[in-house]
Design a binder for this molecule. Structure first.
Ligand code: TRP
Length: 351
């Protein structure tokens, strides 16, 4: 069986540190390991429109921003196929057939959709397009026979729903589709990086992000303003490292060699944490350490991004080339899907 990896992002803004540790780094690792036959990265503009249908321009403008973030973070268009979702009209056809396999009650139970609905507080009612985006996500995955889907933990309900659709389809129409598996980062702090304000998740709409494109001074300011333990008022007070974003970021980013370089009084994160918990370690010192690390991580990404920005046409070319390849694959698989369902009318009278 072919090993196919697929994942993607909605182009609603530039990508931030949460994306970087939660999925980009993992994708680059998978890419460089090379243990796959095909790898697809999808810019999910059509899905982004399900809650931005009134602001097409925003979605359009962010397609290139996301592509820049991808390539600057180390995704290599020679190794992976980067494409634009709306360029593959076959995906809507997959979605339409899958809609028969999912009930309204099941869609309403999807925890991620529920959470998003709460955040958006849709006035009276919810658009069908938004409620059904998990079905279209099943199309995104199965149209390429992907079985490996590297995502953040908020996407687990989508993968579960995809697996259910795959099973229903195969039960009804015969073994055709493959059940995908989610691949999560094995570092828990990376799976869901909190915002700099300590809110559950880094998210553009909450305005609590550090972006991959942020300048050094912006990064420094954001780090120095980060929420920490609200009860750690004086340096000598004992502090809490749990639910403390500064320490969660350190869990996600810091390596022992960073201590040698920037904070040689400590050997590793455990020692730093122990001191903070005991009391006697100020937030400013920890934040300065974190800032040094983040500057080191983000500098090469920002520089590469600036270089790529000089030639946006080349980036668009990469996306169109990727889309042409993806369309061929999705088209082949759509034919297989329809054949399995028995939707082949052209030779109807011969059978
Ligand atoms: N829902 C994903 C997000 O919000 C984007 C996405 C769309 C996706 N289709 C996908 C992710 C298929 C993985 C697989 O970022």
């Amino acid at each position: 069986m072919k090993r196919v990896i697929l994942t993607g992002d909605r182009p609603t803004g530039k990508l931030h540190l949460g994306h970087y540790v939660g999925s980009l780094k993992e994708r680059v690792r998978l890419q460089n390991e090379g243990n796959y036959d095909e790898m697809y990265i999808m810019i999910a503009d059509a899905q982004a429109l399900t809650d931005n249908y009134g602001n097409v321009q925003k979605v359009k403008d962010n397609i290139i921003e996301v592509a820049l973030d991808y390539i600057a973070s180390g995704l290599d268009p020679n190794k992976v196929t980067i494409f634009i979702q709306s360029e593959i009209s076959e995906l809507t056809e997959f979605t339409f057939y899958y809609m028969n396999l999912v009930t309204l009650a099941r869609l309403k139970r999807n925890p991620t959709v529920k959470e998003e609905l709460k955040q958006k507080s849709f006035a009276n009612d919810i658009q069908v397009g938004f409620l059904t985006y998990p079905i279209s996500q099943a199309a995104d995955i199965t149209a390429f026979n992907a079985t490996i889907v590297p995502v953040g933990d908020d996407q687990l309900p989508m993968i579960e729903q995809t697996r259910e659709i795959v099973r229903s389809f195969n039960n009804l129409y015969g073994e055709t589709l493959l059940e995908p598996k989610a691949v999560l980062s094995d570092n828990e702090a990376c799976q869901r990086l909190p915002g700099i304000d300590g809110k559950a998740k880094m998210s553009k709409s909450l305005g609590n992000c550090i972006y991959l494109s942020d300048e050094p001074e912006e990064i420094r300011k954001k780090v120095m303003s980060m929420y920490t333990d609200p009860n750690h008022l004086r340096v000598e007070d004992p502090g809490n490292v749990k639910n403390n974003p500064v320490f969660i970021y350190l869990e996600a980013f810091c390596k022992d060699e960073h201590f040698v370089k920037y904070l040689p009084e400590y050997k590793n994160l455990d020692e730093l944490k122990a001191h903070y918990k005991r009391g006697g370690l100020g937030d400013v010192k920890v934040k300065k350490f974190l800032n040094n690390i983040l500057q080191e991580v983000l500098e090469p990404v920002r520089n590469k991004r600036k270089e790529l920005e000089q030639n946006k046409e080349k980036i668009m070319e990469i996306l169109f080339k990727g889309s042409d390849k993806a369309r061929k694959v999705a088209n082949e698989n759509l034919k297989r899907l329809k054949k399995a369902m028995g939707i082949e009318y052209r030779n109807y009278c011969n059978n």
